[in-house]
Design a protein around this ligand. Structure first.
Ligand SMILES: [Zn+2]
Length: 377
């Protein structure tokens, strides 16, 4: 399997062959995460068992058309995993618009690698080429001074109409999946990491500046587009809870919002996963500092909200450059740093790549496996 770093993609089942990790079994009293939030399909029995072993909270149990798959639902229940529906920007107005320069860059990136289409060797070569030649960071924080946009187009969620349509679309999806008791949100972010340049959205920006009595500065534009993200999440959250308060709403914030990478504490969510370690190795100090911010800040605005550090792992990032990839030892250090921040919960992608590698799986099992799954909230 070639892992494709698109979180909402239907992930093919991994024929996981994992050595038993009894030697790494958690000992009583060792700090570990209460729950793990992942972005994956429930897979077959073997895969589901591995997810359960890592205390994964929920998994996709829909078919490719977002309809409920009874076999997957039965399997999820059997392994104590909650069926979820995945949801990104629900848009029938427009795709986010880019500046001419940003559009040229995106076209160049797409000419070399389109995640949703790239499979097998050709996908690996295109991906490796992008990282090696452009130091491309795939929606995470770009290297300082490196102009970047996300490789794929993203639907626009700006404005009250988009909020209403998104909320209605999400509730429709839940109604069609009555067994789903979790919602996994992703891709609610800007393809250029700052805002949408569509004329409709620029008109909304102009009206907002006028209403707020603000000058048309870059800072105020950034504020407007951050407000739009906050409003969209709140609209989705309120709609889900009005439909069924027992449905758990979690999200991974992606792609990065450059004016304020850790804006998640403003979001109305049950569990808000913010990137604290990306696919490419970050300094340990940065991982710790981000995790502390994510954990401490989350409940200030919404007391029910939990801040969840997100750790990325993709074996495709290994071998590109010695400075990029993560060994099991690196992951061990990252997970320890996250735990030391006081985090109770962890989010991870690609969980299927974690499950597929016995050495990596053993690291996660040490920090994620719960002696008793019943003790989790
Ligand atoms: Zn727009």
């Amino acid at each position: 399997m070639t892992p494709v770093p698109r979180l909402l993609a239907t992930v093919s089942v991994v024929a996981a062959v994992c050595a038993t990790a009894a030697a790494d079994a958690p000992s009583v009293g060792e700090p570990r995460f209460r729950k793990v939030f992942a972005f994956t399909d429930i897979g077959d029995d073997e895969h589901a068992a591995k997810l359960a072993e890592l205390n994964v909270f929920a998994a996709n149990c829909c078919d490719a058309g977002n309809r409920p798959d009874p076999e997957k639902i039965e399997r999820a229940k059997r392994f104590g995993i909650v069926p979820y529906v995945a949801f990104g920007p629900f848009c029938d107005s427009h795709i986010q618009a880019l500046s001419p320069e940003e559009a040229r860059l995106q076209a160049e990136l797409q000419g070399r690698f389109v995640p949703s289409e790239a499979k097998g060797d050709a996908g690996d070569r295109g991906r490796t080429d992008l990282w090696r030649t452009r130091h491309y960071r795939l929606g995470g924080e770009p290297e300082p001074g490196n102009a970047e946009v996300y490789v794929e187009s993203i639907g626009c969620f700006v404005g009250t109409n988009a909020c209403a349509k998104g909320a209605a679309g999400l509730v429709e999806r839940l109604k069609a999946n009555p067994e789903a008791k979790a919602v996994c949100l992703d891709y609610i972010g800007y393809a250029n990491y700052r805002g949408c340049r569509h004329p409709d959205c620029l008109r909304l920006l102009e009206a907002w500046l006028e209403r707020e009595g603000l000058a048309d500065t870059e800072d105020n534009r950034d504020r407007f587009f951050e407000e739009q993200i906050v409003a969209y999440y709140a609209a989705l959250y309120d709609a889900v809870k009005a439909y069924d308060p027992s449905v758990v709403v979690y999200a991974h914030l992606f792609p990065v919002f450059l004016p304020d990478p850790l804006y998640g504490s403003r979001l109305k969510l049950d569990y808000c996963a913010q990137t604290c370690a990306w696919y490419f190795r970050w300094p340990a100090e940065k991982v710790r500092r981000y995790a502390e911010t994510v954990v401490r800040g989350q409940s200030e605005r919404w007391p029910f909200a939990h801040g969840v550090p997100f750790v990325a792992y993709g074996p495709w990032a290994n071998g590109i450059d010695p400075d990029f990839g993560k060994t099991p030892e690196d992951l061990d250090r990252e997970l320890r740093a996250v735990l030391e921040s006081g985090a109770e919960y962890l989010a991870v992608h690609e969980i299927d790549s974690v499950v597929a590698d016995p050495a990596v799986f053993a690291v996660f099992r040490k920090f994620c496996a719960s002696p008793s799954r019943e003790d989790g909230r």
